[in-house]
Write a protein that binds this ligand. Structure first.
Ligand code: SAM
Length: 263
């Protein structure tokens, strides 16, 4: 991989979180989670040099959209897959793409080994979508391990935080695979973890920005009791019969959503 990158006068850009997977076994395992289905379309975020894309294009999908911010990589991908009519390369920033375009397409799966530096921002963009359920049916995303652990953490766990409640109020989330740092070039300082997100509608009527406000208030001082952090919502806590001596990590996703519904 190193040689390949250097002979193309392409050096991995740290600013774009470029850590490329070169372990074929890992790619095959990851590919097994994305079932071939001609009724489905794939959006791959940050395809890079096409490590996962090579696996996806061997399957049958209606369309495969590749969203890659790096212009050189994007041009290379367009050349590499030019013979495939169902592959569309988009040289765009996935944080700025107008995803309403994809709402018209049915059966969308988002996949990606996300650039670690903007992975949470990307996730929040897909969770914040107003029209819920969203345009995607599933997301299969790689995060740095520490972020993934927070996404799936349950209450009363030190890792349970704003991103856990936000993710779990919108999606059923589970861990699929560990991705040790050694499968990437250049090797990142931390391991990765692949998670699967399937949208749920349990809290469809909860205003997500109100939920975010509550989560910020609550978790910005996670050692304090909610009688302090959620002081201005004391009446709601009382109405919901919530013990205000609890700390942010003790409240369930359901309880946070109930509070958000009442503000
Ligand atoms: N999928 C490839 C792989 O697994 O080998 C590359 C993954 S690498 C961790 C992240 C990729 O996302 C890079 O190709 C990088 O150029 C691209 N990228 C970074 N920021 C991006 C953004 N905002 N929008 C789209 N692509 C981005």
């Amino acid at each position: 991989m190193k040689q390949l990158l250097n002979t193309n006068k392409m050096y991995p850009k740290k600013s774009l979180g470029q850590n490329f997977i070169f372990d074929k076994n890992f790619i095959n395992k990851l590919g097994e989670y994305v079932n071939s289905d001609p009724n489905y379309s794939i959006i791959e975020i940050g395809p890079g040099k096409g490590a996962l894309t090579d696996n996806l294009v061997k399957k049958e999908f209606k369309k495969i959209y590749l969203i890659e911010k790096d212009e050189i990589l994007s041009n290379n991908l367009a050349e590499k897959y030019a013979h495939l009519k169902n592959v569309k390369v988009m040289n765009k920033d996935a944080l700025l793409v107008d995803y309403s375009f994809f709402s018209k397409i049915k059966n969308v799966i988002i996949v990606g080994n996300l650039p670690f530096n903007v992975s949470t921002k990307m996730l929040f963009n897909w969770l914040e979508i107003k029209n819920w359920p969203p345009f995607y049916e599933k997301m299969i995303l790689m995060f740095q391990k520490e972020v993934a652990c927070r996404v799936i953490a349950k209450p009363n766990n030190g890792r349970y935080s704003r991103i856990s409640v936000a993710s779990q109020s919108r999606c059923s989330v589970k861990k699929l695979l560990d991705a040790p740092a050694s499968i990437f070039y250049p090797q990142p300082k931390v391991d990765g973890v692949v998670l699967e997100f399937i949208p749920i509608c349990d809290y469809k009527n909860v205003n997500f920005s109100n939920l975010q406000k509550i989560l910020r208030l609550s978790f910005n001082h996670r050692r304090k009791k909610i009688k302090t952090t959620l002081k201005k919502h004391r009446k709601i806590l009382k109405d919901l019969n919530l013990d205000d001596n609890l700390r942010p990590e003790n409240l369930s996703v359901d309880e946070y959503c109930k509070i958000a519904k009442l503000i």
